[in-house]
Design a protein around this ligand. Structure first.
Ligand SMILES: [Zn+2]
Length: 197
């Protein structure tokens, strides 16, 4: 535990406030009462890569960030809430199926392999906003827990309506900008991107 605390302190020293880099921040988990952080934070290397990604967006567009660095306590509160949502969405699912879905959308707070970068300040949950600060249509809300949240969902879907075609285009824009700047996706969630190991 001591070791963890030391590591945590060392890491927090490396974090930067993403609002200071000119990105829009909307710290959702602070608003939900799951986090004490009033802004979104990440490693400076991640913030710099996101500045690069912004150059690939159309003029006037920006990134809106919902979450970056996250504590284990926030993760624990998220997981409890997601479990309730899954249970009410799928009353017919047994506990194994609920747990499997839960593990796709929220990592375990105490397991290294499922960190996906939020605990180390390497991951961001974000979208694109236009020059008026409005979010581009991405097909689902942030933290949607359905198959539609998958980054390539609309690439695979046949016969898209005009609205879905627009979503596909917007997701491609996000994907292109992030990938060209060195970020990697988490395929089940279009909003989650990480940089580094
Ligand atoms: Zn995420």
């Amino acid at each position: 535990m001591k070791n963890y605390k030391r590591k945590f302190k060392k890491l927090t020293l490396k974090l930067v406030n993403l609002a200071e880099y000119g990105f829009l921040v909307e710290p959702c988990y602070y608003f939900y009462g799951w986090s004490k952080m009033k802004s979104c934070f990440a490693r400076s290397s991640v913030a710099k890569k996101l500045l690069l990604a912004k150059k690939y967006l159309p003029k006037g567009c920006n990134f809106k960030i919902w979450d970056g660095f996250r504590t284990r306590n926030t993760q624990r509160l998220m997981r409890m809430s997601f479990k309730k949502r899954l249970e009410s969405l799928h009353p017919d699912w047994d506990s194994k199926k609920i747990l499997d879905a839960l593990n796709v959308f929220t990592g375990l707070p105490n397991k290294k392999v499922t960190l996906k970068g939020h605990f180390t300040g390497r991951a961001l949950d974000l979208t694109i906003v236009n020059e008026s600060g409005e979010e581009l249509e991405m097909g689902t809300d942030f933290d949607d827990i359905t198959e539609k949240a998958a980054l390539n969902y609309f690439e695979k879907k046949k016969s898209l309506n005009w609205r879905e075609k627009n979503v596909k285009k917007n997701r491609r824009l996000l994907k292109g900008a992030m990938k060209k700047s060195g970020f990697k996706p988490y395929p089940p969630e279009w909003w989650h991107w990480f940089y580094g190991k």
